[in-house]
Design a protein around this ligand. Sequence first.
Ligand code: ZN
Length: 564
Amino acid sequence: MQRIGEILQEQFGLDEESLTAALEVKQEKGGKTGNILVQQQKITEEQLLEARSLQCGLSVVRELPKEIEPFFVERVPIGYLKKYKMIPVATSEESFVALAEPQFFQQLDDLKRLLDWEGMRVVLAPQNEIFVAINAAYDITSQGAADRVMQDMHEEETPDSIFSAIEETADLLDDTSDAPVIKLVNLVLSQAVRDNASDIHIEPYKDRVKIRKRVDGILYDMYSPPRHVLAKLISRVKIMARMDIAEKRLPQDGRIEIRIADKNVDIRVSTLPTAFGERVVMRLLDKSTAYLPLQALGLAPRDMESFLELIKAPHGIILVTGPTGSGKTTTLYSALGILNSPDVNIITVEDPIEYQMDGVSQMQVNAKIGLTFANGLRTIVRQDPDIILVGEIRDLETAEIAIQAALTGHLVFSTLHTNDAASAVTRLIDMGVEPFLVSSSVNAILAQRLVRQICPDCRESFEPSQEYLAKAGLSLEELGGRLLHRGVGCQACFDTGYRGRIGIFELMILSDELKRFTLTTSDAGQIKNKALEMEGSSMLTLRQDGLNKVLAGQTTLEEVFRVT
Ligand SMILES: [Zn+2]
């Protein structure tokens, strides 16, 4: 058989020098010449595939079919196919085995024999195509698969295998354990990750257990296994999260770090005892998602301009407010992304750390060892930061240190749980902060919510009825003949009509006039009115910004009313 290096030289003009360098790497670290050359970007993957095809006489299939019959998943472990980079492909039209690397002929023969596929055609395909197809085939996502798993869960004793810890490096989809409870937990986790869920809830009721996932802010039912499954389910999750499985009366926190379908996922687990047993909430943080650029959040052009100016101020506090899950942290990280540079010292104290950002020192709150927001913040101030991010201001102590830092030349970002921007002022004063300290330190407050975006694949326009508009306080005249939009539901959006989310915002800048006004009253309603009515004010309320996004066809009235 001709050497791959020779073929690459003859067919694709690979130079002697690159080949020698690759062969040296091979000598030293092992591996395949072709793969090393691809890694070193001397040749493309496509060229390597062509060369291999010439080498072994197999034809190349660049794209594998999307709908592959997963008939083999019960018989062949997923790890086998991944290791040897091969997959049996069967569709209604054709059957063949796809390979990424032709050298595993012994394993290929074994696979064919196992499937009764002797004599079946073999082709070469890109490695990535093969991995995607393998993951899809083993992602046992049908309701049928889950039902089978749950039927297997008898009330017998807990099998020992559920006590096996998860392997740190292994992909959850490679787990071949037989215990139904492990299968169920793995199934739930892999589906949640596939659907970009942010949370998974396991809730006990009198005679059922409910497993639900939150996607784009909405809770959906996943499974409802019988009640006797609960103890095993909770035990399995606790073992994965390294929690005390014997302790059932006290709340516990833990975390699971895991790979699912080639994604690194960090899961925060918390348990809470209830009348019907322990309930579990798992919060999924996909570490591979980067924070969003500020431009992608959905700030109106004028708000965007103001916000960019505000975050470049040398000192003061910028607060982002809204309920849990309203995207506050994402907004703050988008701002940090703009400010982050080698000559700026940014330190954060958070719970949990949701994004990892290079060049930023991030500290995790840990109540068990006394590292609270307030203590963390106190430490940070001594570390000579330029910019500080405090995950949340929950108490007077934290508020006072944050204000002190802002007044002594630091820019401080934080969040508060309030419904609108003006209420943040009220909240700080209610905590016990002196009104003059609030007005002298806080530069601006951004209230926000996330609304679901209309699915771009099934978006249609419609002429709203008068009654429909009246609910939003709009009239046909105000609409001026414009059409509204909605998603009718399609495969891409699981028939919900929505896909992805966008922020709606209310940016309240504390101008000198407004600062003076806050010294006279801490009433949120009055402060809001003043902010809206001041001369030259361009402040939009959450609802106004939301309605603008409805008119722009990005979301629906229902969404805006759901969150405001
Ligand atoms: Zn759709």
